[in-house]
Design a protein around this ligand. Structure first.
Ligand code: ATR
Length: 269
């Protein structure tokens, strides 16, 4: 049986094994997918041992995405840009190729939900690794503009500069936010602590969508704030299933159907 896994620390609550088991059943693929907790100082050793034990590929989550990026023998252009890898692929010649599917998962989720990105005014909140990983696929949809706002303004400016060749992208602190926007994506970890970035009340254009990369049984504080201002709201559960589907497709060459798996996960939250 072909073996896959997700590497992280901690990894106990990962939904990836259940998602990939559902994909395997749905597509008739025979594979095994487990969660492996990796010591913080031995990511390379964990991957090597997994390959020796028959591993064909892996997902990578917090805090190893940058470590995984540095370990790869080859990278896809989007992983190169992101500076991070969430999918390891063992090539036939034994080399390790790295890709990142988070951005494709996000864009796919927005599209499945009927959100138009082409020509849209997009605001992205945050400038950490999670945001860097989704900028290229968002800009590939040709938005009218994309502004990155972050607590630490310099990091948003730096990100904007790094992606300036891909479209109209700007950056700044939260005070730099000037709406209205059609799509506002929260990529900060602020909602983990129940915090809300300081945002103007007139942020949303009519018909706008608010997206939080986080998810939980209850709406995040950002999504509650957005709903009070009449934006449509989407949480990050679909992005999670979407990035998994993209990884599965890279490994197996078949694209699973996201919706039934997402529905089951939602009911179990
Ligand atoms: P990740 O990999 O999740 O992106 P990260 O690289 O540590 O993690 O980035 C976390 C992001 O959340 C950053 O943009 C951070 O802002 P700073 O760059 O100013 O640190 C943002 N963030 C975290 N807590 C926040 C809070 N309470 N309010 C606003 N932004 C916050």
């Amino acid at each position: 049986t072909d073996r896959y896994c997700v590497f992280g620390h901690p990894i106990g609550h990962s939904k990836s094994p259940a998602i990939h088991a559902a994909f395997a059943e749905q597509t008739g693929e025979t594979l095994e997918y487990t969660a492996i907790e990796v010591p913080l100082d031995d990511f390379a050793g964990a991957w090597r041992r997994f390959v020796e034990a028959g591993g064909r590929g892996a997902n990578v989550t917090v805090p190893f995405k940058e470590t995984a990026y540095r370990l790869c023998d080859a990278l896809t252009p989007r992983a190169e840009r992101a500076g991070a890898v969430n999918t390891l692929i063992l090539e036939a010649d034994g080399r390790t190729r790295g890709d990142t599917t988070d951005g494709a998962g996000l864009v796919g989720d927005l599209k499945r939900r009927g959100v138009t990105l082409s020509g849209a005014r997009i605001l992205v909140l945050g400038a950490g690794g999670a945001v860097r990983g989704v900028l290229e696929p968002l800009l590939a949809e040709a938005p009218a503009r994309l502004h990155i706002a972050n607590r630490t303004a310099d990091k948003a400016d730096g990100l904007a500069a790094d992606f300036a060749d891909l479209g109209r992208v700007s950056g700044g602190g939260f005070e730099s936010v000037e709406g209205p926007f059609d799509v506002v994506i929260n990529g900060t970890s602020a909602s983990l602590g129940g915090d809300l970035p300081p945002l103007p009340n007139d942020l949303f254009a009519p018909g706008a969508t608010a997206y939080d990369m986080m998810y939980g049984a209850e709406p995040t504080v950002f999504l509650r704030w957005a709903a009070e201002r009449d934006a449509a709201t989407i949480d990050g559960l679909g992005m999670l299933v979407g990035q998994a589907a993209e990884s599965f497709c890279l490994w197996r060459g078949v694209r699973p159907d996201v919706d039934p798996v997402l529905g089951a996960l939602r009911r179990a939250l």
